[in-house]
Design a protein around this ligand. Structure first.
Ligand SMILES: *Cc1c(COP(=O)(O)O)cnc(C)c1O
Length: 459
């Protein structure tokens, strides 16, 4: 071992204390830290021949980069759908690196049991039937990928082909039906060799980004029993709207189609009795994608995939080698072989805050979105582009084009109190504010509104 490694090992307690102090300093200063920043990056460094040791490497990192990190873990970063990190999740995540378990197989550690237990807790939180088998992945993108790979395997088996062995070469197309699926679903279709253009657009209900069940029925009837994959959304990213999973699910059952539900953030509606009805029919799903690093408030990266077709899933993802074995191991369910112990932060936060804590967290996000929506509807500068149904406010400047909207975003970033991301909805350039961070509270609303009004007056 090098002298530096030996020296660092002998000072481990002091080094971890420095990391703890740095983390605490960062988190304590969150209220003053800009929600987002975009400084020019420094000139890249070269690889040192003699290393610096951990203490100096940390000091160098902080000096060069810390001020350039965003406050995305803080209460007024409302871009995308961005959760923070609860105290329990943070503790869990630190320990993941200390334990450094490889959760690919269960032969040498109970870590896989923690993953299975955490998946059971999430199944219960989401109200999913017991026959849904889960796995942690890096995010909802990969959860969508795993689900659609499994659906592809299922559909091709129905046509007499084992696509995991043969590939898609020369095989007929599978019908893929949906309205405005998330970009990550299209990415998954691209990776899977099915193609983004495979999606046959099902018309939406008037003025809403959700499938018209009547139109879906007509498409399914026209397929005459050929296997189809139906892409439903539990939480559309602009509006938070849900497909009617009961109606869509019954149609899928009747016509033998696979129902995939992308519930990256929306599945957390299950935590709130006032919103759980949005998920009615979820039990009809064949596969479900969810995110941990959004509304569960565990750190990146954390996603969860559930399917009730483990056989097809394992046919797609098994890694066959004498040394890997073919037990019921989690590596045969996901793209990775070696797998991070990412179940632990989720387990910690679920145990620490329980059903009631997650209910309160979700309900607070929805209440804040509603309140911001009401305030913006009454503002001279802004108008809502869609009703607030969950935790997202989709709105626009009353006047002006995309260039003015972009100037507004730049003004907001320069101000630093709040971070929003742009969108295009209902034919207009718009803005989105998504509430999914446990730290965001009532006291943030007037600050968010003041920043928005000031920015609108300045452009
Ligand atoms: C965020 C999101 C995704 C992609 O999730 P990642 O965690 O970024 O991989 C997929 N679908 C929906 C609806 C999302 O909101």
């Amino acid at each position: 071992m090098s002298d530096l490694l030996l020296r660092d090992l002998s000072r481990l307690s002091d080094l971890l204390e420095q990391a703890r102090a740095s983390a605490l300093e960062f988190l304590t200063a969150l209220p003053e830290r800009p929600a987002s920043v975009r400084p020019a990056p420094p000139t890249p460094l070269g690889l040192p021949d003699a290393g610096l040791g951990a203490e100096d490497a940390l000091a160098l990192f902080r000096r060069r980069y810390e001020a350039g990190l965003s406050g995305s873990v803080g209460p007024r970063y409302l871009g995308f759908v961005t959760g923070g990190t609860t105290p329990a999740a943070l503790m869990g995540d630190w320990l993941v690196s200390a334990y450094d378990q490889n959760v690919s197989h269960g032969g040498d550690s109970l870590a896989t049991s923690v993953e299975r237990e955490a998946l059971g807790l999430l199944r219960s939180l989401f109200g999913l039937p017991e026959d849904f088998e889960g796995a942690f992945v890096s995010g909802a993108t990969v959860a969508n990928l795993v689900a659609l790979a499994t659906a592809r395997q299922w559909g091709m088996e129905r046509l007499g082909h084992d696509v995991s062995e043969e590939g898609l070469w020369g095989l007929p197309r599978l019908a893929v039906l949906g309205s405005a699926p998330h970009a990550s679903v299209l990415k998954a279709l691209s990776i899977l060799g099915m193609g983004r253009r495979a999606v046959q657009d099902v018309p939406c209900l008037p003025g809403r980004p959700v499938m018209d069940p009547k139109a879906l029925e007509a498409r399914l009837v026209a397929l005459g029993g050929a296997p189809a994959i139906v892409l439903a959304s539990a939480g559309e990213v602009n509006t938070g709207e849900f497909d009617d999973l009961e109606a869509v699910g019954q149609l899928c059952r009747r016509h033998g189609a696979w129902l995939h539900v992308d519930g990256a953030f929306g599945i957390f509606a299950a935590c709130s009795p006032a919103h759980a009805h949005l998920l009615r029919g979820l039990a009809h799903a064949d596969s479900v994608a969810a995110d941990g690093h959004k509304w569960l408030n565990v750190p990146y990266d954390s996603g969860i995939v559930f399917t009730r077709h483990l056989e097809q899933q394992e046919r797609s993802f098994r890694a066959v080698a004498a040394y890997l074995g073919l037990g019921p191991d989690l590596l045969h369910r996901t793209p990775e072989n070696s797998r991070r112990f990412r179940a632990l932060p989720a387990w910690m936060t679920l145990m620490a805050y329980g059903r009631d804590g997650h209910r309160a967290l979700v309900e607070r996000g929805c209440a804040l979105a509603r309140a911001l929506g009401e305030a913006l509807a009454a503002s001279p500068h802004y108008a809502l582009l869609a009703p607030v149904t969950l935790n997202i406010v989709c709105f626009a400047l009353r006047s002006g084009d995309a260039a003015r909207r972009d100037q507004l975003l730049a003004a907001l970033q320069a101000d630093g109190r709040v971070h929003l991301t742009p969108t295009h909805y209902a034919g207009r350039p718009g803005l989105r504010a998504a509430f999914s961070n446990w730290r965001t509270g009532e006291a943030d609303l007037p600050i968010i509104l003041a920043a928005l009004e000031a920015a609108a007056s300045s452009v």
